[in-house]
Design a protein around this ligand. Structure first.
Ligand code: NAG
Ligand code: NAG
Ligand code: NAG
Ligand code: NAG
Ligand code: NAG
Ligand code: NAG
Length: 666
């Protein structure tokens, strides 16, 4: 962005806000308090928004300000808000992003929102909003993303929407909208249009099909009829039209051929895109009038008004350039700019997601987009099935705290439910913790994907979002928690493990490690590096599943080392690691030996007296007393000896895992 534009921008903000500040005190704070009272009437969520606080001081949850101390973004997605959207949002004149999706908001979209002429991203999806889309929406000249999916909106799409000259992403699916689609043909900058699961009744306007950059169109489950414009074939599998019994067309799979009874088959018939008078440019004077100029009673009012009206258009452009510049800066080398470039399905998710977490601000390494189109740089391709960010978000209810299973400094694990009802565990890894070389990362991901064994957690698929700066690994969920939850039991909240279960868990873990260490046809030998009772999940049948196998192949070295510190503190670290700094199969065996002791004793912390007790078979000193003697002594003796050998100081004195498995099977 040019210096000139920046100067104008500063000038604009001084003109626009400088005088108000003196006259009215902190009007934005007042507006925020009004917004809060509506969004969160019981003050359960937004307790950090206080009437004597500073909205731009960083303490107001979800509020981000620009460099002029004006509120720029409000991000309260997935916060369990159950109130309404207040018309007071209109007073936050510099707002560029409003993210209120995944809540339970009711009421209507206030028409005053249209005064937000700087707003680029409006996310109100997955709420319970009612009423119709306000026709004033046409004034929101900067709008790029309008996400209203999954509400109870009814009425028609106002034709004024056609004046949104920047709109690239429009999502209205899963509402009760009706009427025709003619107003949408004027949205010449659209890249993605989702109208599915509504009650639309018109034909598909040819003008929509002719939008040059359109990459995805979804109209499924409506009551559309007539000829499907052949130009939509260019969208290939990104055009969804099923469950519209009235639609017909030529050359689309699963679409019947048209006949004489179909409404009007002339190329443009029924597709008349004539609509009522719509403002062709956003009415910036309204914004200016109501907000600033009319309050100015100074003699230079005319002059100021003159300057404003001259600069507003320029500044409008300047602001946009500015945003684009900032956005561009955040992701140097990336291709998923909202304003240009291809918008593959994933990139559209990216667009969606980048905006969805405006407070995540990351530097992306050049070209970090391993999942772009399923192909990576250097001709690598990704083998894991892929999930979309939307699927991950909806499975975890937008990463709600209630679904958080655990968090470490580089990743979090959430419980989730896929659309088909499958329970999953989703590990999110921050991109800054991932291998920096794309090739290494993708190779690692392919290795992790290839690992399949009944005693390893199964990776179902992945989703990497450059927008969120996170990668998600989606695993089968293990309903019985981690093995660590069965140790150090005090209250009776969880049933302890009986002896046969303990023995079979030990065997299962050994089998899992054996699979990893075995270099079979399509898989190199893998050293886990970080086995612990925290990393062993228990499934419905009480079989153990080893988690995070191959994970070090995805992570940056410093992240691995910091994870190792934890493992060392817990006693799983083989002694030779300190001198060699290397992990071998034998270091996994050491950790396995520690786990045997933990399972036998039912204790997290081991003591040296346990070792001598195992040596001398004094069971009462190393077998869990909660078993009340319900164990078989010969088995306990064998397992105790095995644990001792596995935890020998010298790696060479430890058995291989294959030897362990043989002995366990005898
Ligand atoms: C919307 O309301 C319905 C019924 O009142 C409720 O079942 C549903 O969970 C609500 N949806 C959201 C996203 O709050
Ligand atoms: C939309 O729904 C509201 C109730 O939420 C109802 O009062 C109104 O009549 C509906 N409007 C249309 C056009 O169906
Ligand atoms: C979509 O349409 C099909 C066929 O009419 C119907 O079976 C299905 O339930 C619809 N889906 C939704 C979510 O309305
Ligand atoms: C802009 O607003 C003014 C004042 O309300 C109105 O007279 C004018 O027609 C509007 N212009 C457009 C293009 O809508
Ligand atoms: C804008 O200002 C002009 C001149 O003061 C006035 O005539 C017009 O009514 C104002 N429009 C609005 C919407 O306030
Ligand atoms: C607001 O959100 C946008 C979109 O995510 C982001 O580019 C911008 O930097 C954010 N602004 C502030 C002040 O945080």
């Amino acid at each position: 962005m040019g210096f000139f534009a920046r100067l104008l921008l500063v000038g604009f903000c001084l003109l626009a806000f400088g005088s108000r500040g003196f006259v009215r005190g902190n009007a934005e704070l007042e507006a925020l308090m009004e917004i809060k009272a509506a969004l969160d009437p019981e003050n359960k969520v937004l307790t950090s928004w206080t009437s004597n606080g500073d909205p731009c001081g960083g303490s107001f949850e979800g509020v981000a300000c620009n460099e002029h101390q004006k509120v720029a973004n409000i991000s309260l997605q997935g916060k369990g808000l159950s109130g309404k959207v207040s018309p007071a949002v209109a007073q936050l004149e510099c707002l560029s992003g409003l993210y209120l999706h995944y809540n339970s908001l009711t009421g209507e979209i206030p028409r005053e929102i249209s005064k937000l002429t700087e707003l680029a991203d409006l996310y109100l999806n997955v709420n319970n909003l009612t009423g119709s889309i306000p026709s004033e929406i046409g004034y929101m000249a900067s709008l790029q993303v309008l996400q209203l999916c999954c509400n109870q909106l009814n009425g028609t799409i106002p034709p004024q929407i056609g004046s949104l000259k920047k709109l690239s992403f429009l999502a209205l699916q899963h509402n009760k909208l009706s009427g025709d689609l003619s107003g949408l043909g004027n949205l010449q900058t659209l890249k993605s249009l989702d109208l599915g699961f509504n009650r639309f009744t018109s034909t598909i306007p040819v003008k929509i099909a002719n939008i040059p950059g359109l990459q995805a169109l979804d109209v499924q489950n409506n009551s559309l009829s007539g000829l499907v414009p052949p130009a939509l074939k260019k969208l290939e599998e990104r055009f969804h039209y099923q469950n519209n019994p009235g639609l017909c067309g030529f050359g689309f799979p699963s679409l019947r051929n048209c006949n004489n009874l179909d409404p009007d088959l002339q190329p443009n018939g029924g597709n008349t895109d004539t609509i009522g008078p719509i403002p062709q440019t956003a009415n910036v004077t309204i914004h200016c009038n109501q907000s600033h100029c009319s309050q100015s009673k100074l003699p230079q009012a005319a002059l100021v008004a003159g300057i404003v009206s001259v600069t507003v258009t320029l500044v409008g452009a300047g602001l946009l350039t500015f945003y684009r510049y900032r956005r561009g800066k955040q992701k140097i080398g990336s291709t998923a700019d909202a304003s240009d470039g291809r918008l593959s399905t994933d990139q559209s998710k990216d667009l969606y997601s980048r905006s969805a977490s405006p407070l995540v601000c990351l530097e992306y390494s050049s070209g970090w987009d391993p999942l772009d189109d399923g192909r990576c740089g250097n001709g690598l391709s990704l083998q894991a099935p892929r999930y979309t960010l939307e699927e991950v978000e909806s499975a975890t209810q937008y990463f709600s705290e209630a679904n958080l299973l655990g968090r470490s400094n580089f990743s979090s694990v959430y419980k989730g439910v896929l659309r088909d009802g499958t329970l999953v565990a989703i590990r999110s890894i921050n991109v800054t913790s991932c291998k920096s070389e794309e090739v290494d990362f993708v190779n690692g991901l392919n290795l992790v994907t290839s690992l399949r064994h009944e005693n390893l957690t199964r990776l179902r698929g992945v989703c990497c979002s450059k927008g969120r700066g996170e990668c998600f690994l989606v695993y089968d969920f293990a309903p019985k928690g981690t093995l660590s939850q069965y140790l150090d039991l005090e209250d009776g909240s969880i049933q302890g493990l009986d002896w046969p279960t303990r023995v079979s868990i030990i065997k299962g873990i050994a089998e899992g490690i054996g699979y990893l260490h075995n270099s079979e046809a399509n898989k190199p030998a893998v050293v886990h590096q970080n086995i612990s009772v925290e990393k062993i999940l228990i499934n419905q049948q009480f079989n153990p599943l080893i988690m995070d196998s191959g994970l070090p192949k995805l992570l940056a070295d410093d992240v691995i080392y910091s994870a190792l510190k934890t493992s060392a503190a817990m006693g799983y670290m083989a002694p030779e690691y300190i001198t060699t700094g290397r992990f071998t199969e034998k270091s996994d065996v050491f950790a396995f030996g520690v786990i045997i002791f933990q399972i036998l004793s039912g204790k997290l912390q081991l003591s040296s007296s346990m070792r001598s007790a195992a040596e001398s078979c004094s069971f009462e000193n190393f077998i869990d007393c909660n078993l009340r003697g319900n164990f078989t002594e010969p088995e306990a003796a064998i397992l105790g000896k095995m644990a001792l050998r596995c935890t020998s100081e010298l790696p060479d004195s430890r058995p291989t895992i294959f030897r362990v498995i043989e002995e366990l099977n005898d």
